[in-house]
Design a protein. Structure first.
Length: 276
């Protein structure tokens, strides 16, 4: 086995168990290459997968099908450990190589970090790709694909489309069968659910099957995402807040979970909790 790959896999295993090391292992070569002349070259490679983008280090770049809002990344936390983004530093410029026909750009990823985009889609590396020409991230989870130069991805119809409902409580998100969805005030960290055990019995998470996506209906201005819930399910988030149903709601239009224990609230489309 290639000793370099073995080292990277060990680092990645640590990252996926909570150690924040994998970004440096994969993303650093791109940043070093970019800093030499203050430019970040994005080029193309061609093989049996088609013609796709590669970073300045020659490593394959990928799209994430859960990035459903143009220019917005739905990858955060542990996702970014396995899929380090192509970063754009202050004063750095993305340069399109031969055959790169779409528009390169950058959008915020966190406070002061910028991630490169192509045709509005954020670009990422995959931790297992350690040499040019490797495309081991293709098809991972049925949601990650090499960044085709034409911007295309395999079709993956959403398993769930969230809609809105409006009552005297405001305008909020509804899920399957029109059931009201809720925020849990204790979920203080974006993209992380702390509801587990008996909590999940009373407040089932809004989920989609593994490898599937979620879509936003009309009137939903925020960003939908997916995380791994405390029960291992693929849980839907809105602006980083995990979403739940309430066992007491049995039909569309009911909002009996609103205000339970003064910590559960209908999932307002503004993404905010009631003012205290």
């Amino acid at each position: 086995m290639n000793p370099t790959r073995t080292t990277h896999r060990r680092l990645a295993a640590l990252a996926l168990s909570g150690a924040m090391v994998i970004t440096a292992a994969v993303a650093a070569p791109a940043l070093v290459a970019a800093q030499e002349d203050n430019s970040i070259a994005v080029n193309t490679a061609t093989d049996d997968l088609g013609t796709y983008l590669v970073g300045p280090d020659g490593l394959t770049l990928y799209y994430f099908t859960r990035d459903v809002t143009p220019g917005v990344s739905a990858c955060f936390g542990r996702c970014l450990e396995a899929w380090p983004p192509l970063l754009v530093g202050e004063g750095q410029e993305l340069v399109a190589g031969e055959g790169v026909t779409g528009t390169l750009g950058s959008v915020p990823l966190g406070d002061d970090t910028m991630i490169a985009t192509y045709r509005g889609r954020p670009l990422y590396y995959w931790w297992e790709d350690v040499a040019p020409g490797e495309t081991l991230g293709e098809g991972v989870g049925n949601v990650w694909y090499v960044a085709q130069v034409d911007g295309s991805m395999p079709e993956n119809p959403p398993a769930l489309t969230l809609e809105t409902a409006t009552t005297d409580l405001g305008t909020f998100l509804v899920g399957k069968d029109g059931l009201t969805t809720y925020y849990f005030e204790a979920d203080a960290t974006p993209g992380v659910s702390v509801c587990e055990g008996d909590c999940l019995v009373a407040w089932p998470p809004v989920t989609v099957p593994p490898g599937n996506t979620v879509a936003a209906g009309e009137g939903i201005p925020g960003v939908l995402g997916l995380i791994t819930g405390t029960d291992g399910s693929t849980q839907v988030t809105y602006d980083g807040r995990p979403l739940y149903y309430w066992q007491g709601d049995t039909e569309a239009g009911q909002t009996t979970g609103h205000g339970v224990n003064d910590i559960w609230w209908v999932a307002d489309v503004s993404g905010s909790l009631p003012a205290r």
